[in-house]
Write a protein that binds this ligand. Structure first.
Ligand code: C2E
Ligand code: CA
Ligand code: CA
Ligand code: CA
Length: 279
């Protein structure tokens, strides 16, 4: 069984021969995936729930594998983390997502916000601040258009190093979002200590928002927390009109989900794509 947790950055301990072979094969391919331009980013809109306007996009990586087709990140991100490949891959993702946002700005006159996932391993690597700086410089994207999505697992250890790096990133002018909020590390004290701007309410709470008073109460509490601590809220995984209505009624400003827009390649996701398709 897989024992190395998400973002643990250490070598994988094979316990099953077939699993091991499969991972070795995928990993060998992953080494070449970057240079062969097999990694692609899809973009999912982040929508203002009241106006239904698109505020921004989350970049989500996929591997366009020559034999396996489009491989989802769940199948290779952990592998990339365990092998350290997440650092060059993450660097490319930062470059590509900021380049895309800047390209959309040239078409639309206005840059959308762009959210990029940063894994724990990539966060802890000494190159992260330089990589973000370089992506902003190369793309010309204004720093406040870029949001880095991190997870609560970062706060489980090494708080001095974590605080320092979060402050360095904030000093660049980028925004910081806490992904999968509510599923991780249980102490909320880090919300006061770390310079977080956005909470992304995990899909597991959103799933029950239209049907369960408990889930509604949890989201209500997150909304209150957000107001008190001046954090923006984004609900993840909105799949139905009922969920959307319930979240809006609770005071959640923005959301993502299949009901609002699926992740799509840039030509289908761009701010002007709908206009271009219909006209
Ligand atoms: P995440 O950051 O929580 O991303 C949200 C995931 O939920 C995405 O899956 C997205 O396609 C999916 N999703 C969005 N709306 C809905 C919905 O309404 N219903 C359902 N069932 N799912 C929805 P995806 O793209 O497969 O990514 C999975 C995870 O892989 C991400 O979770 C993130 O942890 C990781 N990941 C994806 N792209 C990157 C990346 O560029 N870098 C890093 N480090 N991790 C990434
Ligand atoms: Ca995310
Ligand atoms: Ca999430
Ligand atoms: Ca649901």
């Amino acid at each position: 069984a897989k024992t190395s947790g998400k973002g643990r950055c250490e070598a994988f301990q094979p316990s099953h021969h077939a699993d091991h072979l499969e991972r070795e094969r995928l990993q060998a391919g992953l080494y070449q995936a970057l240079e062969r331009h097999e990694l692609v980013l899809h973009y999912q809109p982040i929508v203002d729930l009241a106006s239904r306007e698109i505020n921004g996009y989350e970049a989500l990586v996929r591997w366009q594998h020559p034999e396996r087709g489009l491989v989802p990140p769940a199948q290779f991100i952990t592998l990339a983390e365990d092998s350290g490949l997440i650092v060059p891959i993450g660097r490319w993702i930062l470059r590509e997502a900021t380049r895309q946002a800047a390209a959309w700005q040239r078409i639309d006159g206005r840059a959308p916000r762009m959210s990029v996932n940063v894994s724990v391993c990539q966060f802890r690597h000494p190159d992260l601040v330089d990589d973000v700086t370089e992506a902003l410089r190369a793309s010309g994207l204004a720093p406040d258009r870029l949001t880095l999505e991190i997870t609560e697992s970062l706060f489980a250890q090494d708080t001095t190093g974590t605080t320092l790096k979060l402050e360095q990133l904030k000093a660049l002018g980028v925004r910081l979002a806490l992904d999968d909020f509510g599923t991780g590390y249980s102490s909320l004290s880090y919300l006061r200590r770390f310079p977080i701007d956005i909470l992304k309410i995990d899909k597991s709470f959103v799933d029950g928002v239209a049907t369960s008073c408990e889930d509604r109460a949890v989201i209500g509490a997150i909304v209150a927390l957000g107001q008190t601590l001046h954090l923006d809220l984004v609900a993840e995984g909105i799949e139905t009109a009922e969920e959307l209505a319930a979240l809006e009624a609770l005071g959640v400003q923005s959301g993502q989900g299949y009901h609002l827009g699926r992740p799509a390649p840039p030509q289908y996701a761009s701010p002007g794509a709908e206009r271009r398709r219909s006209g």
